[in-house]
Design a binder for this molecule. Structure first.
Ligand SMILES: NC(=O)c1ccc[n+]([C@@H]2O[C@H](COP(=O)([O-])OP(=O)(O)OC[C@H]3O[C@@H](n4cnc5c(N)ncnc54)[C@H](OP(=O)(O)O)[C@@H]3O)[C@@H](O)[C@H]2O)c1
Length: 332
C-alpha cells in the first residue's frame, strides 16, 4: 500500500482516509495540522496507531514516512502546499482546483514534470461508476448530442455564518472560494470529460458583499451546441441535469454528485438506467489514483492531467469574464 500524508483535518480528509482503508489503496502514516491538538483529535478519531504528527510544513514534507500527500486545505493554499510537496519529491493528490489561476497551475505542472512525480486533481465524481455510465451513454449517442443544462446548487452549511457577518474561507476571495471554484468545478469537469474543450466561456456571477460569487450562470459554447451551467452556494436547487440528444434526454439527478440516471425517450417515457454507486463517493478515486501511482500508468495520468489543465483554464476564463478576482491573482 502507498504511504500517505494528509493536509487538512476537516470531514473530507476523514472521508478520503476511510476510502483508502476500505479499498486498501493508501496507508495513512502522517498528519499535518496547524495545531497539534487538531492533528491528535483527527488521529484519535480514526483509532489508528503509529501515525506521526507535524505542525510544521517543512518538517512534514521532509519526513520519509510517506511518499504521497492528499491536500484538502482551502483552495488558495493548494498551490503553495502542492509546490512544497513536489519540491520534496512527493506525489500529490490535491483537491480540485489545484491552483487559483493558470499561472500557478503551470508552475505546478512544470515542477511535477521536472521532479518526475504525479500531480493529481481529486476530481472524485468522474471516477465513479455512475459517471462512467453517463460517459458511455454520451459517447454512444455523440452524433445526436444537442447540448446540456447542468445544475449544482446547494445552500452551504457555512452561509448562515456568512450572513451573520463572518467570512468563512469558502466565501472569501482570499481563499479562492465561491460557487464557481467550490461547486462549479464539478460541473466544468462534467463538461470537459463529456463534451471536450469549449470554444467560448462566459460566467455571470451574483456577487456577495465579500466580492465572491455566491451563485452564477456559466455558458460554454461548443461548435454546434451550448452547455448552460447553474451553480450556487446560497440556495438549494432541485433541478436535474439534462443532456440533450434530439428527442431524447439523459437525466441526472444533479451535476456534481450523481445518484440516479434516467433516459427520457422520444415519447417522453422515462426509463431508469441501472448503475452502481459506492457508499463512500471517494472509493473509486482512491483505487484509481493508487493504481496509477503503483503501475506508473503514464497514459491514464496524462489523460487526467489533460482534463485538469482544461478545467483550470476554463475556470480562469470564466472568472475573467465575470470580473471575479482572487487575492492570489495579485501575488505576482
Ligand atoms: N471532494 C469532495 O467531495 C470535497 C468536499 C468538501 C471539500 N472539498 C475540498 O476540500 C478542500 C477543503 O475544504 P474544507 O471545506 O474542508 O475547507 P476548510 O474547512 O476551510 O479547511 C480545511 C482544512 O484546512 C486547514 N485550514 C483552514 N483554514 C486555514 C487557514 N486559514 N490557513 C491554513 N490552513 C487552514 C484546516 O486544518 P487544520 O486546522 O488542521 O490546519 C482545515 O481543517 C477544498 O478544496 C474543498 O473544495 C472537497
Amino acid at each position: 500500500m502507498i504511504s500517505l500524508g494528509i493536509i487538512g483535518t476537516n470531514w473530507i480528509t476523514k472521508q478520503f482516509v476511510d476510502a483508502s482503508d476500505e479499498t486498501k489503496s493508501f496507508k495513512l502514516t502522517h498528519v499535518y495540522s496547524r495545531t497539534e491538538a487538531k492533528a491528535q483529535l483527527f488521529v484519535d478519531d480514526l483509532s489508528k496507531s503509529n501515525i506521526n504528527i507535524s505542525t510544521d510544513l517543512e518538517q512534514f514534507f521532509g519526513s520519509t514516512d510517506f511518499d504521497t500527500v492528499y491536500i484538502a486545505s482551502p483552495n488558495s493554499l493548494h498551490f503553495s502546499q502542492a509546490k512544497l510537496a513536489i519540491e520534496h519529491s512527493k506525489n500529490v493528490i490535491v483537491e480540485k482546483p489545484s491552483a487559483s489561476n493558470i499561472r500557478e497551475f503551470t508552475i505546478l505542472d512544470q515542477l511535477a514534470h521536472q521532479k518526475g512525480v504525479f500531480l493529481i486533481e481529486a476530481a472524485r465524481h468522474i471516477q465513479e461508476p455512475i459517471f462512467k455510465t453517463v460517459q458511455e451513454y454520451v459517447e454512444t449517442n455523440r452524433d445526436q448530442l444537442t447540448g446540456a443544462t447542468i445544475s449544482y446548487m446547494k445552500y452551504s452549511s457555512k452561509f448562515d455564518d456568512f450572513l451573520s457577518g463572518n467570512t468563512p474561507n469558502v466565501f472569501s476571495t482570499n481563499f479562492s472560494g465561491g460557487a464557481l471554484y467550490d461547486l462549479g468545478v464539478y460541473t466544468v469537469y462534467d463538461a470537459v470529460v463529456l463534451f471536450g474543450q469549449p470554444e467560448d466561456v462566459r460566467y455571470q456571477a451574483e456577487f456577495l458583499s465579500s466580492g465572491i460569487d455566491g451563485s452564477g450562470t456559466l455558458t460554454l459554447n461548443y461548435n454546434d451546441f451550448d452547455v448552460n451551467i447553474i451553480v450556487g452556494k446560497t440556495k438549494n436547487s432541485f433541478l436535474p441535469t439534462e443532456i440533450y440528444f434530439g428527442k431524447k434526454t439523459l437525466l441526472l439527478d444533479n451535476g456534481g454528485d450523481i445518484t440516479k440516471v434516467s433516459e427520457a425517450g422520444a415519447k417522453k417515457e422515462i426509463t431508469e438506467i441501472p448503475t452502481t454507486k459506492s457508499d463512500n463517493p471517494m472509493d473509486s478515486e482512491s483505487v484509481e489514483f493508487a493504481r496509477i501511482i503503483n503501475e506508473n500508468d503514464q497514459a491514464a495520468y496524462d489523460k487526467l492531467f489533460g482534463y485538469a489543465r482544461k478545467v483550470n483554464r476554463i475556470l480562469e476564463q470564466a472568472r475573467m469574464s465575470a470580473g471575479l478576482v482572487f487575492k492570489a491573482d495579485k501575488e505576482y
